[in-house]
Design a protein around this ligand. Structure first.
Ligand code: KG4
Ligand code: ZN
Length: 354
């Protein structure tokens, strides 16, 4: 079964063709990171316009790379929730148009669900090609979301933990801004942390959040206060001024302190989750799961007790292949979704329902 997956929920215009949920026939991603970096974050209006410019060439290349004509597709899948309104509209309109033109079944896909399904793609970092085993705990850690999901089988998603404020990726991005590191913050923090000469110099608190929930806004504020304290500046000093006073050594050490604390928070909650929910596998998903230090820490903590999996780095961040994989495994699950009418398929910017 060959499925076209389209993803435009944020700042990547992506399309891929995947066979039987695992075999990647093509995977095209055009990132707008350079455009948004100037502004230090994603500007929704610019994102939508950039998707409009990129969607046709991206689709063309996805078909060309797969050497497949649209009439030979078995289905079309597209991210319809959650995400930026203008961005979601571009991808869904393209998918609806293709579904009408070529009379193909159309499946709307939940963005977080698709991040999880990146773990089924035949593209694991360790080239083990292993499939996750149920039941499993998935940590969806991205720029917009932080959730622990318990899955007993395909197309079954139980949210067992969620952030009460900022997402972990958002926190990486905000802390990077305080330290004067470039957007997106995740890769810049990871890089700075690698160069830290004294990674344990600053200690940051681990928040005490009940159950399996998370909170990251306190950690961001803790970084801010510790930087102000280190620089002997009053707490009234605006965060955007601090970077001018930090030397590279301090930046690297703060990046390491923050990254280590964020990792500890996640590991702690994952440990708690495994005590409450019997799982064979622990899988990571979403942009933050590209973080090497985090991957090592999760592997080290759980490898003796669980199968630990994460997608290859390029499939951690937004892509179309995960959308196609998600559709395939839903269609072939115990409770398959019905295809949607391409004339009426709508988007939903906010959604926690899987
Ligand atoms: O999944 P994604 O591409 O988009 C959303 O659905 O949000 O995730 C983007 C997020 C950004 O916050 C970015 O800073 C973070 O993933 N990220 C990382 C790394 N690469 C990307 N965070 C930590 N370490 C990384 N290597
Ligand atoms: Zn994403």
């Amino acid at each position: 079964m060959k499925i076209l997956g389209i993803e435009t929920s944020c700042d990547e215009t992506a399309a891929a063709i995947v066979e039987d949920g695992r075999k990647i026939l093509s995977n095209v991603v055009v990132s707008q990171i350079d455009i948004h970096a100037t502004y230090g974050g994603v500007v929704p209006e610019i994102a939508a316009r950039s998707h409009i410019e990129a969607i046709q060439p991206v689709l063309k290349k996805a078909f060309a790379d797969a050497d497949l004509a649209a009439q030979h597709l078995d289905a079309i899948a597209v991210t319809h929730t959650p995400g930026l309104v203008g961005s979601l509209l571009v991808g869904t309109l393209a998918a609806r148009t293709l579904a009408i033109l070529y009379n193909k079944p159309l499946y709307p896909i939940h963005h977080l669900k698709s991040h999880i399904y990146a773990n089924w793609l035949n593209a694991h970092s360790d080239s083990s090609n292993s499939l996750p085993n149920f039941p499993l705990i998935a940590a969806v850690i991205s720029g917009g979301h932080t959730q622990l999901i318990y899955m007993k089988h395909h197309n079954h998603f139980q949210i067992i933990g969620t952030t009460r404020d900022d997402a972990i990726g958002e926190c990486f991005d905000k802390v990077a801004k305080i330290l004067g590191l470039s957007y997106p913050g995740g890769p810049s923090i990871a890089h700075a942390a690698e160069n830290a000469t004294y990674p344990t110099k600053y200690s940051l608190p681990i928040p005490n959040v009940p159950e399996l929930d998370f909170s990251f806004s306190g950690l961001k504020t803790a970084v801010l206060r510790t930087v102000q304290h280190e620089l002997h500046l009053p707490i009234s000093t605006p965060s955007y001024e601090l970077k001018d006073h930090l030397n590279p050594n301090q930046v690297n050490n703060f990046a390491a302190a923050f990254q280590n604390t964020a990792i500890k928070i996640l590991i702690k909650k994952l440990q708690k989750a495994t005590e409450q929910y019997p799982a064979k596998s622990i899988i990571l998903a979403g942009g933050v799961s590209a973080n090497t230090a985090l991957r090592h820490a999760v592997q080290e903590t759980f490898q003796k007790t669980h199968q630990v999996l994460f997608p290859a780095p390029e499939f951690c961040t937004d892509n179309g292949a995960m959308v196609a994989a998600s559709a395939y495994f839903s269609i072939n699950s115990q409770n398959p979704p019905k295809p949607q009418d391409p004339y009426t398929l709508d988007i939903s910017p906010r959604s926690t329902i899987y």
